[in-house]
Design a protein around this ligand. Structure first.
Ligand SMILES: N[C@@H](CCC(=O)N[C@@H](CS)C(=O)NCC(=O)O)C(=O)O
Length: 124
C-alpha cells in the first residue's frame, strides 16, 4: 500500500513537472556583467530536491525565472550521497532545501516560501 501511494505521488509529481516544463516562464533580463555577478554568487548555492516534488518544482520555476545557475542535488534515492549528507548535517530529509555556503559557514534553508523569498530578495 505504502509502495503504491509512493508510486502514485511520484507519478503525479512527474506530470506536474512535465506541465511546469511546458508552461514558459518570463525570464528576468540582465546585462552580461550583471549575469556574471549573479553567477558568482550562485556558485555557493545548491538546491537539494526531488524531481517530482511540487514544492521543488515551484522553486525550480523561481530559479528559471530569475535566470540563475544553481546546481540541483537529487536527494530522493535512499543511501545516495546528498541525501545522507543532508540527513547528517540537518537531522532530516526535507525538500526543497537550499544549501548556502559562505566560507566555512553553511546555512541549510528549508520551506519553499522562505527559499523563494530569499532568491527574490537577492536576485530579483
Ligand atoms: N512546507 C514545505 C513542504 C515540503 C515537503 O512536504 N516536502 C516533501 C516532498 S514533496 C518532503 O521533503 N518529504 C520528505 C520525504 O519524502 O522523505 C515546503 O513548502 O517546502
Amino acid at each position: 500500500m505504502k509502495f503504491l501511494l509512493k508510486g502514485l505521488r511520484n507519478g503525479l509529481g512527474a506530470i506536474i513537472a512535465f506541465i511546469s516544463w511546458l508552461i514558459p516562464v518570463s525570464k528576468i533580463k540582465r546585462t552580461s556583467e550583471q549575469q556574471q555577478k549573479a553567477d558568482k554568487k550562485t556558485v555557493s548555492i545548491e538546491l537539494y530536491q526531488f524531481f517530482a516534488c511540487p514544492f521543488c518544482i515551484k522553486i525550480r520555476r523561481v530559479i528559471r525565472r530569475l535566470n540563475l545557475n544553481i546546481v540541483t542535488r537529487n536527494t530522493q534515492t535512499i543511501g545516495s550521497e546528498f541525501r545522507d549528507e543532508m540527513q547528517q548535517e540537518t537531522g532530516k530529509v526535507q525538500v526543497p532545501c537550499l544549501k548556502i555556503t559562505n566560507g566555512n559557514e553553511v546555512q541549510w534553508m528549508f520551506e519553499s516560501d522562505e527559499i523563494s523569498a530569499y532568491l527574490n530578495k537577492h536576485f530579483g
